[in-house]
Design a protein around this ligand. Sequence first.
Ligand code: HEC
Length: 195
Amino acid sequence: MSREDRLMEHEYDGIREYDNPTPGWWHAIFIGTVLFSIVYFVFWHFSPMAYSVHEAHEAAVTREFRRLFADLGELAPDERTLLTVTADERWRAVAAGVFTANCAQCHGQRGEGLVGPNLTDDAYKWVKRVEDVYAVVADGAAAGAMPAWNRRLSTNEMILVASYVARMRGQSLSGPRGAEGDAIPPWPSVEAGTP
Ligand code: HEC
């Protein structure tokens, strides 16, 4: 008689029952899952090494920015850099992100002007040379009506967004405000190339 054929003592209406215990491997898996759940719970809820999906995402974004900015190096806000850096579409994309996040609410999505002046025409209040675009972005203007960004953005970010803004010029999009300030001479032409 094999082990599976052991009949149990009780009988109801002529029905008898074999005693077939769950096999050892099944117990092993069951106990394994219970132990795993304890380790899992303790690790993800109490361990300092645990992280959330949000933290993982943020870390990935930061890593990507570091990687990008490592390629870029430390930029200087000089004429050549400001006029050429966003000719490269990678930096233009980063600059467009900075503009959308920080500037578009006052200057319009495409720089056509809103609360702040139109950035696509040839008239400027605070700008005579392209370096002034960077200076206005960094230090602000009109007693904070144009906020200073030097505490909120990194130097590279300010240079990228200033370059992006400098290259908006010349489209002369029509916006809700007329030309403000004086028309200034065109930006000097500089050789494009990697900064
Ligand atoms: C809170 C609204 C506001 C935000 C946000 C803002 N600006 Fe301005 N900006 C202004 C105003 C208002 C002026 C004009 C100040 C004046 O009238 O003198 C201005 C002026 C400027 C000028 C000078 C224009 C000229 O005619 O000389 C530049 C360049 C500029 N902003 C770029 C930016 C950039 C780049 C950002 C994002 C990093 C930004 N601004 C964010 C309101 C804003």
